[in-house]
Design a protein around this ligand. Structure first.
Ligand code: KIV
Length: 276
């Protein structure tokens, strides 16, 4: 019975939480992307992406909202179920949307939905000091957790826009400390969004768990980007950390393979994608 996870017709076993930890220990960059449906998930998987996130960014790139705030648990369950059908190799993480984890009990109920109904292997929540107890509660129930710190898009109306976080030394120190507390509470991965390179580096050094960055510089353990941004589907202005991988390639699969290679070779992110 214990062989099932390794029987998806692949030569190698699929990525799991230990694989990601070993990659950090060995210094092998972890290539991650978002996906929202089975067809793109299959392409992202074929490109040998290590981790796929069904992000609440789907509220913006799929549903056309200006923020991630309107996304519901039902939306994430629906898209996670579709993505799960497209994956054979990558580790599947699903986002807990806005107000779906206001207390430990609600968080556990919704995390269970994402795993049982959606097929997620880990849930992600936007975390600060206020979420430590929630992470502890989830970890106590063996729910794998990715804690998202730095720029937290679900707080956009509180912050007053999508802005780089942790530029002031005291804020940077506090952020690294919060990431450590989330790890100690049981988080298995920390995702760091939109912070100066130094904050990415300090967090990565401080933590034992993998640190995945989006706009967090080159010193983190892995990179993640929104699929539609790198395939040049997103219209209008994209954030500084985005690189268009479709430009030099004639198929989406070739563009995705180029992204994975650029992450593995540490060619992405370059200086122009980083914050100081
Ligand atoms: O929702 C999402 O796609 C995310 C990424 C920005 C990492 O959280």
């Amino acid at each position: 019975m214990y062989t099932q996870l390794e029987q998806r017709g692949m030569a190698e076993p699929p990525v799991n939480v230990s694989t990601l930890r070993t990659m950090k220990e060995k210094g092998e960059p972890i290539a991650c992307l978002t996906a929202y449906d089975a067809s793109y998930a299959a392409l992202v998987d074929a490109a040998r992406t290590d981790l796929v996130l069904v992000g609440d960014s789907l509220g913006m790139v799929i549903q056309g909202h200006d923020t991630t705030v309107p996304v519901t648990v039902d939306d994430i369950v629906y898209h996670t179920r579709a993505v799960a059908r497209g994956l054979r190799h990558a580790f599947l993480v699903a986002d807990m949307p806005f107000m779906s984890y206001t207390n430990a009990g609600q968080a556990l109920d919704n995390a269970v939905r994402l795993m049982q109904e959606g097929g997620a292997m880990m849930i992600k929540l936007e975390g600060g000091k206020g979420q430590i107890e929630i992470v502890e509660h989830l970890a106590r129930h063996d729910i794998p957790v990715c804690a998202h710190v730095g720029l937290k898009p679900q707080s956009v109306h509180k912050i007053g826009g999508f802005k780089v976080q942790g530029r002031e030394p005291d804020k940077a120190k506090e952020m690294v400390g919060t990431a450590k507390r989330l790890q100690d509470a049981g988080a298995d991965i920390v995702l760091l969004e939109c912070v100066p390179n130094e904050v990415g580096q300090a967090t990565t050094k401080k933590l034992d768990v993998p640190v995945i960055g989006i706009g967090a510089g080159p010193h983190v353990d892995g990179q993640i980007l929104v699929l539609y941004d790198i395939l040049d589907i997103t219209q209008g202005r994209t954030p500084r950390f985005v690189r268009n991988f479709q430009k030099e390639h004639d198929s989406p699969l070739a563009a995705l393979q180029a992204y994975v290679l650029a992450v593995k070779n540490r060619e992405y992110p370059a200086a122009e994608h980083c914050f100081s």
